[in-house]
Design a binder for this molecule. Sequence first.
Ligand code: HEM
Length: 344
Amino acid sequence: MVLTIPEGLSIHDLFSPNKSLEDLCRTPNRPLGAFSDFVVKRLPFILADSDCKEILPQAIEQTIPVSLPVLSDDAVRLAHLDVQMAVQSLLRHEFPKGKHLQSLATQLAQRSGQTNIITYSALIFDNPTSDPRTFTQGVAGLAELSFYTLHGLIEAQLSDAVRSVRFTLSTHYFERLEQARASLEKAQSLMHCFDKLTSAYFAAFRQYLFAHDGFTGPSGVFSPGFRQLDTLLLGEPVDLDKLTDDLNAGYFPDRKDIADTIAHVRQWGSLFNLAQQKPILGKSMGAILTANLDLRRDHYAQIRRLIPGIIENSMAGTSGDQRPNVLLTDRMRRYSEAIRSLTA
Ligand code: HEM
């Protein structure tokens, strides 16, 4: 997984109103040839123009490959993203997917070991920073790219925290928890970079991120970092079982990492279990749970600012969840309770 800021941009340029996606210097990465070219270069412009949307099915039809070429594993995953972006665009504007596109989508989902929908993983981990895919263009396009990039940067910090907690659980070398806490604090400071995202630019691309056909849509619900940390820190059977189900359903293509975490918690227990056995550790473990809770609270504040309808449960989450605030507050409540019981 390569999680970097696109070349030529700095962290300060993310969400800049003075920069545009078209300023980006690209190195083309187009596994499906003309079709990938279409997704990168034309799709955002067609979607931006209300008069042009009618031509969408025809424009897709003209470039769609007759059959799939031989592709490397990475190229299959990027091709999956390209095809799923076309599917989301068609469905959003109430056009049918078309049998051929549907068949390519099914084949690519199978070949990439993923579920047959645009996934969080595809948007954040498979979307190349050197040749990004977005639904929007111009300044809005840069905001969309910034949204995905920032998720990736935060995931990198969460992944470091996951490694530190796993190490602590199997070695009982508790000093390593300090590193996990520092990673979570860095993630928290990155979460503040979303402050520059406006509701209008967010809404412009969020409309293309939705659930359909009985699949769960692209959502932070599938953040591998958060999901592994919840399991490693709290270790509740419900988290372990749900993570195992989502892994098997193809929502996490980087299977090994998640499977290792599940195995780790089944073998060593969670940090919360450990702290209950060793009360002397309550304070340092409370600190890491607090860092996670603080990060979640800042996440919640961004949601309240950008999409208050989620907090009121009057809007569905991109996952398709009809009562997303219940999910969000439940996670924070569980962390608060665990902290209280460790520090009491
Ligand atoms: C401005 C930035 C963000 C917004 C507006 C946002 C929005 C949302 C919304 C509306 C939900 C509710 C469920 C759903 O939509 O399906 C959600 C859930 C979630 N998001 Fe985000 N999100 C943002 C950033 C992030 C980042 C950077 C991550 C992790 C890298 C993340 C991870 C999660 C997780 C793990 C959940 C499930 C609930 C939980 O465990 O707390 N989100 N997000």
